[in-house]
Design a protein around this ligand. Structure first.
Ligand SMILES: CC(C)(COP(=O)(O)OP(=O)(O)OC[C@H]1O[C@@H](n2cnc3c(N)ncnc32)[C@H](O)[C@@H]1OP(=O)(O)O)[C@@H](O)C(=O)NCCC(=O)NCCS
Length: 208
């Protein structure tokens, strides 16, 4: 029988969504780990915060999921504790994901999302509430597609990039690595690495 016990890393707002999704999928959540001492006595849906993320080294937690929306922090934890925990991926029962879609360890597809044929999803990717990812898109590791984002067909999103809530990308555009597309923006041109773009059409944010 499949082991359905799991530990959740992170006790913020995104964790609430992940925990509710795990409960829909009948996982048994053994606890939450978070480094913030203020969260030590917190419960999310009756699931207690057990202590800091370092507890992963105890070897007591075989399966886990990193429920932290920040892409850099998710990567830091995934890299640091990779040998202590098997990261699992989850798909909300009220989402549509075509059978041809490849999905990497630690990634999540949340309620109301649609992921069309030929999409490749890397590791620790978040496809958040009611996002749509159309045919043949490629999302590299640690990408976050925020709620209500629409990606047209053939879009590439480079490692660690965030597409802000409600943004859209027209077909076959490339978003670089560790970049940010502002909320509500529309990407019509390729976006380079390590920049923030905003607006309609999306343009690099002015510094200072
Ligand atoms: C783009 C973004 C990262 C910029 O954040 P920031 O660097 O802190 O920038 P600021 O808030 O200081 O804004 C800088 C300027 O850009 C404007 N701006 C910020 N975000 C914008 C957006 N999405 N669209 C249009 N203009 C925007 C601000 O009004 C401000 O303009 P001003 O200089 O004329 O006053 C942020 O606003 C954003 O959209 N984040 C996405 C968050 C999100 O969706 N997260 C997912 C949660 S699940």
């Amino acid at each position: 029988m499949k082991d359905n016990r799991i530990v959740v890393i992170g006790a913020g707002g995104h964790a609430k969504v992940i925990i509710s999704t795990l409960l829909e999928l009948n996982y048994k959540i053994v606890g939450i780990l978070d480094d913030d001492p203020i969260k030590r006595n917190l419960h999310i849906f009756d699931v207690p915060v057990l202590g800091s993320v370092e507890l992963l080294r105890s070897g007591k937690f075989e399966q886990g999921i990193i429920a932290i929306g920040d892409n850099r922090i998710r990567k830091e934890i995934a890299d640091k504790y990779r040998e202590f925990c098997k990261w699992i991926s989850i798909i909300h029962p009220f989402s549509y994901i075509h059978s041809s879609v490849e999905i990497g360890d630690g990634s999540v597809v949340l309620a109301g999302s649609v992921v069309q044929p030929g999409v490749v999803i890397g590791k620790h990717v978040i496809i958040n509430t009611s996002a749509s990812v159309d045919h043949d898109c490629k999302l590299e590791d640690f990408v976050h597609i925020a709620p209500g984002v629409h990606l047209a067909g053939g879009v590439l999103v480079g490692e660690g990039s965030l597409l802000g809530v409600g943004s859209s990308v027209i077909p076959y555009r490339r978003i670089g690595k560790w970049s940010i597309v502002g909320a509500g923006s529309v990407v019509v041109n390729d976006v380079s690495d390590f920049i923030t773009v905003i607006g309609v059409p999306a343009k690099p944010i002015k510094q200072g």
